[in-house]
Design a protein around this ligand. Structure first.
Ligand code: 5AD
Ligand code: SF4
Length: 519
């Protein structure tokens, strides 16, 4: 393991830490009465590097026989923050826990292990995790044998690991996004050594296939690639998730076929930038459009994908999506800003005009496509005129919905160093203006559906009202309607009766069980 002397002083005062031992297995320190075994720790400089070494695909990764009874009569609980990638990582960790003999619980008081699978994308996501750690401290005090772990994107941040070591030393385990498959061994070490165990690889390792996954419901996520090489100046993801690595098409296709066989009704292909799929293959020319084409032939009713980058969205993909079948007519296409000058500062590598041109091409091929997006307001130095360009682009594209955010500086990213003269108040006010516009557009788009018949995949009972079911259209719109519980997991046709701003009320027309491609 490459060794480096770490300068923690930029985060915290570690002068009280005593180094007990240091060898090729890492470093043991004593801090505030707690022994800590740092096997490896995050390092931004390494996370930023994009090495040329070839990524290997490893297939033999079940939990070792010796650890299959580690969790007998014990329970685990995972709290998940952030995006669908994290949700899916949680499914993998649940699969690993269950192979170790653990059972799931929703009640933190009866859990033997609690993991926080964290998100680093904005400061408020991190605040939530530190708040939760505060609550869990009393539980840990009452029940010292409880194992508390922190994993996910925050674990990849130097400052976060330092803060936990220093201020939350009751945590037993910290591991990174590249160390998920190491969970059984790390957990065992934390249980038996009673030390805090820290293992965070800064460099992404190999692609690990065949990890167990515990999926629930009728919709499944399928990773097609890991990491991101785009380095948008505001974004922490390339650091926390490593370089772009695509899973082999044969592995993705085998997984989708198996999900179809198991009766899943919908899959979402996942990647931080799915349009870059296959760019890292050296032995073949096979891109995202090719993968979608092959998946469109599999007997699974709905296929979605997220998230795409406008820069890599090519004509072949548009042509394949226009073929529809199980490929739904909904595209999430993050624009981030409507100002070319801001897009340049964000290093998005497209302009307002080229984004609009892409939208024009997509709409020409798929006229009823629903487009949704992500937008950041209050990027450093954003002027009123530049913000208005975002509003005008949103109007021009007529997005059906958007995830909207106030820019949040992330330590270690280039934008965090940029001068920013926009006040917090102005940023809040811009977010409100944007959200008001989005509400108007969403309402208008839902109104256009009035009287139409749409196909809904019924996901469950409505949270607020008895006898009401809810589900989603192919275009991902939320629909509520009356019906029996037996419809859950089925496709139902409904007529839109009362469109609202963020959802649609409808009435069932007929029950159609859809097998294979839908109309
Ligand atoms: N501040 C605010 N929003 C951000 N996003 C990513 N990084 C930041 C940040 N530093 C938003 C982008 C991205 C979405 C997942 O989160 O809009 O598309
Ligand atoms: Fe997902 Fe990014 Fe948050 Fe990580 S930082 S959980 S990749 S949104």
């Amino acid at each position: 393991m490459a060794k480096e002397t770490k300068d923690y002083s930029k985060y915290f005062d570690f002068s009280g830490a005593k180094v007990i031992s240091e060898d090729e297995h890492g470093k043991k320190i004593r801090l505030g009465g707690r022994d800590i075994h740092i096997v490896s720790e995050p390092n931004y400089r390494q996370e930023k590097q994009r090495g040329k070494e070839e990524v290997k695909v490893l297939y033999d990764n079940a939990v070792p026989e010796a650890l299959r009874t580690l969790g007998t009569n014990k329970k685990y609980l995972i709290y998940t923050y952030g995006c669908q990638m994290n949700e899916h990582d949680t499914e993998v960790m649940k699969g690993l826990f269950e192979q170790m003999g653990y059972t799931a619980t929703e009640d933190r008081n009866e859990a033997d292990v609690i993991l926080l699978n964290t998100c680093a994308i904005r400061e408020n996501a991190e605040d939530k995790v530190f708040g939760e750690l505060g609550h869990l401290k009393s539980l840990k005090t009452e029940k010292p044998e409880l194992i508390l772990g922190v994993c996910g994107c925050m674990s990849q941040e130097e400052s976060v690991v330092s803060r936990i070591l220093q201020k939350h030393s009751f945590v037993d385990l910290i591991f990174g996004t590249h160390n998920i498959h190491r969970l059984p061994e790390l957990l065992m070490n934390a249980i038996f050594s009673k030390e805090m165990v820290v293992e965070v690889w800064s460099k992404e390792g190999d692609i690990i296939e065949n990890l167990p996954k515990k999926r629930e419901g009728m919709r499944a996520w399928v990773n097609i690639m890991y990491g991101c090489d785009k380095f948008c100046t505001y974004c922490i993801v390339p650091y926390t998730r490593g370089k772009e690595r695509s899973r082999l098409p044969e592995d993705v296709i085998a997984e989708v076929r198996e999900l179809a066989r198991q009766g899943f009704k919908e899959i979402t292909l996942l990647g931080q930038n799915v349009n870059a799929y296959g760019k890292d293959f050296t032995d073949r020319h096979y891109r995202f459009g090719d993968l979608m084409k092959d998946i469109s032939k599999i007997d699974i009713p709905r296929v979605r994908f997220t998230t795409s980058h406008p820069r890599d969205f090519d004509d072949h993909l548009i042509e394949v999506l226009a073929g529809r079948g199980n490929l739904v007519e909904h595209i999430h296409l993050p624009v981030q800003s409507g100002s070319t000058a801001i897009l340049k500062k964000m290093s998005r590598k497209y302009t307002r005009e080229s984004y609009l041109e892409l939208v024009r091409k997509i709409r020409a091929a798929i006229p009823d496509v629903v487009l949704t997006t992500d937008i950041i307001v209050g990027f450093p130095g954003e002027t009123e005129e530049q913000f208005e360009e975002t509003l005008s682009l949103v109007r021009e594209v007529r997005f059906d919905s958007a995830f909207t955010f106030i820019y949040s500086p992330r330590a270690g990213t280039p934008a965090a160093e940029m001068a920013d003269d926009v006040s917090a108040e102005t940023k809040k006010e811009r977010l409100k203006r944007l959200n008001d516009l989005m509400a108007e557009l969403s309402r208008e788009s839902n109104e256009r559906l009035k009287g139409q018949i749409v196909e809904v995949l019924v996901e469950g009972e409505s949270k607020n009202k008895a006898n009401m079911l809810s589900g989603r259209t192919r275009t991902n719109k939320l629909v509520h309607f009356e019906g029996p519980k037996e419809w859950i997991g089925q496709f139902v046709h409904v007529r839109v009766t009362e469109p609202q701003t963020w959802y649609i009320k409808a009435e069932p027309v007929e029950l159609a069980t859809v097998q294979g491609a839908v109309s």
